[in-house]
Design a protein around this ligand. Structure first.
Ligand code: GDG
Length: 459
């Protein structure tokens, strides 16, 4: 991609959020790999970021922040319920995650999804410089590629799906399956976290649209569409640098002291039913029950970041996990020495890294997960190559982090045995495994990911 070519990123959220400062409300850059990966690419050329500000019925005008030109797309209170909580998070999210909760199909939500996608497409089409590149992100905006193409055939259009693309028989149940596929086929490149996503998309496109396979690509309306995997990653150097900072190391020591010098098994997740938080807690309880480990020797620390609390399934999940933590502490805790530390809030990035350094084991056990960046952040933070990652085979990250102990999160016995082996593992084996994962991570950072996608789109 040359430097004079414009780039428009389109995502549900802008890369900023509002905070209350001394002079009233101000913008702050959102944490996360996507923003840091794209910022250097956006800064060097004519570029825009199209997205929602995070506040309903916002009248915010376009504004610049931290070198990025933001173009806000408004959402009403009603659309927050129907488009976001409804079609995005009660239809698409569960369906794309193996139907872990029954997806709900509502024609009203679908109409809102279409209308909001039109609005994003209008904004992208209005702001994109001639012959520029538009990169659309995630399940909220799957109709936007085709909608932008109809408005602006001069543009190169890319789409990346951050969550898993579902198996064919599940996708086939969606009443609007054809429209979703046609929406995505409007892109020149459709990116997935894993090759299976790309394969399922290709098969479904051939079954439900006029797309045909031709020389490894999809031939659709006399255009060629590339559908393949671009596994997302993290800013590895950022985590390595944080892990080497003295204040972060001191904080890690303090976490260890506060947990009574016990071995630490850590979980860090958004409070989401896809993440398998409850099964990993049950697996830990099983270990304690079988006396393979004693609560005097090991503690489970679970950081759960609040998420989508307006949606009933999420409120139920929260209540269920909190009951389970109570049960485990009731059975195995002592006064001043709980078996599980449960913290329901988000941590600043440096605190998170201090936790990664303090943890002997990181347990990441999603039932389904597009990638899982927390697993990659743990590996990047373990600069001395010790520590063990217990990782669900149903996460995208399992394909790359080959030094992890892979588990089936539905098999509680298997998860508890893996946690046990992780706690017992010799330092030599830990280093061997961690180095293997680290090498894989260094071959694919978030910068490689963005370069690879944009090269495919513009090359
Ligand atoms: C979706 C897909 C895919 C978490 N707690 C805190 C905190 N975090 C940060 C982590 C990590 C990010 O949030 C979570 O990313 P994940 O990948 O684990 O999960 P999702 O939010 O479900 O993301 C997923 C991802 O998109 C990218 O494509 O990998 O599969 O579901 O970066 O560090 N950050 C801070 N404090 C916290 O307490 N600062």
């Amino acid at each position: 991609m040359n430097e004079s070519q414009g780039l428009v990123v389109v995502a549900n959220r802008l890369p900023v959020f509002r905070v209350r400062g001394d002079a009233g409300e101000e913008w702050q850059t959102s944490p996360g790999g996507l923003v840091s990966a794209l910022r250097p690419i956006l800064r060097g050329r004519p570029s825009r970021w199209v997205g929602w500000t995070g506040r309903a019925d916002d009248k915010q005008e376009p504004f610049e922040h931290d070198g990025i030109d933001n173009c806000p797309v408004p959402l009403s209170h009603d659309e927050l319920r129907t488009f976001y909580d409804g079609f995005c998070n009660r239809t698409l999210w569960p369906l794309y995650h193996a139907a872990l909760r029954p997806p709900r199909f509502s024609r009203r939500w679908w109409r809102a999804y279409r209308a909001v996608n039109e609005r994003f497409a209008d904004a992208a089409a209005a702001t994109a410089p001639p012959n520029s590149v538009v990169w659309i992100h995630d399940y909220h905006l799957q109709l936007v590629p085709d909608m932008v193409r109809r408005r602006r055939p001069d543009l190169r259009i890319g789409f990346f799906l951050h969550i898993p693309f579902p198996p064919q028989e599940l996708f086939a149940t969606i009443p609007w399956r054809k429209q979703l596929l046609q929406g995505l086929l409007g892109a020149d490149v459709v990116g997935f976290q894993t090759p299976l996503g790309g394969y399922n998309f290709g098969q479904l496109s051939r079954r439900f649209t006029s797309a045909r396979r031709k020389k490894g690509r999809l031939d659709y309306h006399n255009r060629s569409v590339i559908a393949r995997a671009f596994p997302i990653s993290i800013d590895v150097q950022l985590y390595t640098d944080l892990a080497k900072r003295d204040d972060v190391k001191r904080r890690a020591q303090e976490f260890r002291r506060r947990t009574g010098g016990r071995r630490i098994i850590l979980g860090v997740d958004r409070l989401d039913y896809t993440k398998g938080i409850d099964s990993r807690l049950r697996a830990f309880a099983l270990l304690l029950e079988s006396k393979r480990i004693s609560p005097a020797d090991a503690v489970f620390v679970q950081v759960a970041v609040p998420s989508r609390e307006r949606v009933a399934e999420y409120r139920d999940l929260k209540a269920g996990i909190e009951r389970l933590v109570g049960e485990i502490n009731g059975a195995y805790g002592e006064i001043g020495r709980p078996a599980v530390h449960y913290v329901r809030r988000s941590f600043p990035a440096d605190e998170l890294v201090a936790l990664y350094i303090a943890a002997d084991v990181l347990a990441i056990t999603p039932l389904r997960d597009g990638m899982n960046l927390v697993a990659k952040e743990y590996v990047a933070s373990r600069v001395d190559d010790t520590g063990v990652l217990v990782l669900s085979e149903f996460s995208g990250a399992a394909r790359e982090l080959s030094g992890a102990l892979l588990v089936n999160p539905h098999d509680l016995e298997g998860v508890s045995s893996a946690i046990h082996s992780a706690l017992e593992m010799s330092e030599q084996d830990q280093r061997m495994r961690m180095r293997k994962s680290r090498r894989a991570l260094e071959r694919n950072t978030v910068f490689d990911w963005a370069d690879d996608f944009l090269a495919e789109l513009t090359g």
